[in-house]
Design a protein around this ligand. Structure first.
Ligand code: KG4
Ligand code: ZN
Length: 344
């Protein structure tokens, strides 16, 4: 079963072909970072316009690199949420149109659920069924969510950020420090060989009873907006004198985010023997290292997505579709985009 998938939920225009939910035959990601960089964040109008321009070429490339004629594509999948409405619309419409043209089924996929599937991509990865029950962390520019996955497709939300996502907090910090966009990879690089403890940032813990928790346990949730404000005041009051000071500030800030994530994961760990992580921020070297330390200490198996499948990509969309996930049949063809689509 060869599935061609399309992903356009934010600012990556991506297409991929995956066989049987696991074997990635191609994965093409066109990053729009350079277009949005000057604005310090994604501009929805620019993103959707760019998707329209580059998506046909990206799809062609994915099929060609997979080495398959159109007749060998058995189904088409696309993301229908969550994400930017105008961006989602481009990929969802293209996916439906392509499926109709090929006379193949169409499968609509939830982007967050696909991030949760990303550690299972690749011929050598374990099967999802063998990794359940699992605790799963999705950390990206738009999301910071902690789930219990009781069985493939069965999710219970355990915790989340009540304001900024971890990646968003890193991107905003980089902007405040004049480091460029996107900030996550830059802060990751700067933080490698400098002390992380020269500044203390708030530990990102929401207060119990905060209505934004929506019934979730406060000690499994995160709040990163105070961190950003603390950095803003710090930079205003004592502007960093040199590059070394910028790096130490960045490292302390990153550490506060990493420790916030780790402490929630550790507290949430219950019966689960597997810890899954995906999303752009799961590329962070300090987070990866510390998750491994935590997993070893608690005797659980850590499954991280391969670096190329951490950020937004279409292989995770095709993979999940091939594993039986998503909305299928006539219902999928009738679906509209759902910008605030939830998993659980
Ligand atoms: O998953 P993704 O590509 O897109 C969203 O769905 O948001 O994640 C993008 C986010 C950005 O905020 C970016 O700064 C962050 O992932 N990111 C990183 C690293 N690489 C990307 N954050 C920390 N360390 C990294 N190495
Ligand atoms: Zn994403």
């Amino acid at each position: 079963m060869n599935i061609l998938a399309i992903e356009t939920s934010c600012d990556e225009t991506a297409a991929a072909v995956v066989r049987d939910g696991r074997e990635v035959l191609s994965s093409v990601v066109f990053s729009q970072v350079e277009l949005h960089g000057p604005y310090g964040g994604v501009v929805p109008e620019i993103a959707s316009r760019c998707h329209v321009e580059v998506l046909p070429g990206v799809i062609d490339q994915a099929r060609e690199e997979a080495g398959l004629e159109w007749g060998r594509i058995d189904a088409v999948a696309a993301t229908y949420g969550p994400g930017l409405a105008s961006s989602l619309l481009v990929g969802l419409s293209a996916g439906k149109a392509l499926a109709l043209r090929l006379g193949r089924p169409f499968i609509a996929i939830n982007h967050i659920e696909a991030h949760l599937y990303s550690p299972f991509l690749g011929a050598k990865a374990p099967s999802p069924a063998s990794a359940m029950p699992a605790l799963a962390l999705v950390v990206s520019g738009g999301h910071t969510l902690l789930f219990r996955v009781t069985a493939p497709g069965q999710y219970v939300l355990a915790g989340r950020t009540i304001d900024d996502a971890a990646g968003e907090a890193l991107d905003k910090a980089a902007q405040l420090l004049g480091l460029g966009y996107p900030g996550g990879p830059i802060i990751d690089r700067l933080s490698r060989d400098v002390p992380r403890d020269t500044v203390r940032f708030p530990d990102g813990r929401p207060k119990p009873g905060n209505p934004a928790l929506g019934g979730l346990q406060a000690d499994l949730c995160m709040s990163f907006s105070g961190l950003k404000t603390a950095l803003m005041y710090r930079v205003r009051q004592t502007p960093p004198a040199d590059d070394g000071e910028v790096a130490r500030l960045a490292a302390a800030y990153q550490e506060a985010i990493v420790q916030a994530l780790l402490s929630r994961v550790e507290r949430a760990l219950g019966e689960e023997r597997v810890l899954l992580a995906g999303g752009g921020v799961s590329l962070n070297s300090r987070l990866r290292e510390q998750l491994q330390v935590l997993a070893d200490r608690r005797g659980v198996r850590l499954l991280l997505a391969e670096p190329r499948f951490c950020g937004d990509n279409a292989a995770m969309i095709a993979g999940l579709a091939g594993a039986g996930g998503g909305v299928r049949g006539a219902e999928a063809m009738d679906l509209d985009v759902v910008p605030n689509l939830a998993v659980a």
